[in-house]
Design a protein around this ligand. Sequence first.
Ligand code: HEM
Length: 262
Amino acid sequence: MAKVEEVSTAPARSGADDADRLVKDTGAPVPEPRFRTPFVIEFYRSAVGKKWVMAVTGVIGMGFVFAHMIGNLHVFEGPGQINHYGEWLRELLDPPFPRTFTLWMLRVTLIGAIALHLHAAYALTRMNQKARPVKYQADRDYVAATFAARTMRWTGVIVLLFLLFHLADFTWGSANPGFERGDVYRNVVASFEQWPVSAIYIVANIALGVHLYHGAWSLFQSVGLNNPRFNPWRRWFATAFAVITTIGFISVPIAVLAGVVE
Ligand code: HEM
């Protein structure tokens, strides 16, 4: 009797690979698979694919938060400038595109990136759990993993909950006590004048900073750029990115509480 020998430990293969292997191993004819899974889906099924998705969608998120943080600083120039900036965003590439078209494209990209980032994080966690269903006997070496690395899930959840509150505050207006559509300056001051709201923003943006620090550090690892020679540079980049973004964001509620912006 023909025998199929190996038990494979190799990464997942496509249906076509498996068919080839069976023909080689058993000599039996195997019908052509009727449907070949697209390469992108096949790649995403592997751990490496999911890490790539985490990295690429993370970079999209990093680009967004950095640009948003810089844009927010217009608040220090007064109502005219920040309100003009909000209007400019709505009119981006108009013409040739209709008003708010580009903004909607950016929103769709961002929502897609967040959804993929969440799914890849969840799926990677499930893969890790399946690979090691029994917990470590000894305590894991938590000294080696930084605080940021160990708290990624928590900081991620905080940022997500913050984002919903933030949209209700400044985009939909339902959580803002003095909301006026298009008057960004007024909305920001009305919200941050309430110290508990400012406190929520400050805590959430520090959590975002911690999340960004580990994200900016590990994205290089995820795409295979992990030569130890570059580690000092990676550390420097991750620290600078997280610190600048966090200080830029929390400077706004602090300025309103301090009466610098009123
Ligand atoms: C103190 C920190 C922040 C301030 C003062 C702030 C301010 C604002 C304001 C005023 C708007 C409305 C803009 C407009 O209607 O023209 C807005 C929208 C938004 N913010 Fe923030 N933001 C902060 C932090 C963040 C963070 C940390 C994130 C993401 C993690 C974020 C994500 C968004 C998103 C997704 C929108 C909706 C954009 C849109 O679709 O129009 N913001 N923010």
